[in-house]
Design a protein around this ligand. Structure first.
Ligand SMILES: [Zn+2]
Length: 213
């Protein structure tokens, strides 16, 4: 019987397990450990909590000592990488926090030093309204509209975050002409797209000194 090299859970057939890595192809992971391992990587969406949570999951298993002896070293290496991934993600979040965005084409008090590409991002949104309304379909017009509006608003926020990540990757610290489009894909499925121009901006110096006299 095959067992997970991390949590010792029975896997059953070999096909149901996941290889630890190509290098460690004799070590198998259960579904849970595999998906936790996947979430240890750097993510530009800045989901640091994901990395931390999954790092803790593995650290606890290491601590209680059920990790298979041959999996200990590769797991510890993986956790070291995850620690770096966490730091990188924190840097990402910090940079994004300082990124300015506007629907217009300039920033008050800043000049544009460099233009990068127009960037865009798309999110598919399942508004599946009936599942959330349960038996209250009679109230559909008001309540459903609110739920959908909230979901669209959340998706727009998420799309903007992704857009900021892209801008940061390009070396920008500003986004001009941000716009959102909502497209009806199929029933209950919307595409939220966001676009903007990534730019590098610098603060103008002495800009107000002339007027302030
Ligand atoms: Zn496992």
């Amino acid at each position: 019987m095959l067992t997970c090299c991390i949590c010792n859970k029975k896997i059953g057939r070999k096909e149901e397990g996941h290889m630890f890595s190509h290098k460690h192809n004799q070590l198998f992971l259960c579904e849970k450990c595999h998906s936790a391992k996947e979430k240890l990587q750097v993510n530009t969406e800045g989901k640091i909590e994901e990395i931390q949570k999954n790092r803790k999951y593995f650290e606890e298993l290491l601590y209680i000592g059920i990790v298979h002896v041959s999996a200990k070293e590769p797991l510890q290496n993986l956790l070291k990488e995850a620690e770096n991934a966490e730091k990188e993600s924190i840097q990402y979040r910090f940079r994004n926090k300082n990124l300015l965005s506007t629907t217009g084409n300039s920033f008050e008090g800043y000049y544009i030093a460099e233009y990068f590409d127009v960037i865009n991002t798309e999110l598919v949104l399942n508004i599946g309204m009936f599942s959330e309304l349960g038996g209250e379909i009679c109230d559909i017009s008001g309540k459903a509209n609110n739920i959908v509006a909230q979901k669209i608003s959340d998706a727009k926020e998420e799309a903007l975050e992704l857009l900021k990540n892209r801008a940061t990757e390009k070396g920008g610290n500003g986004l001009l002409g941000v716009r959102f489009d909502v497209i009806n894909l199929i029933e209950n499925m919307l595409v939220i797209s966001a676009s903007g121009t990534a730019v590098r901006i610098h603060k103008k110096e002495h800009s107000s000194s002339i007027n302030s006299i």
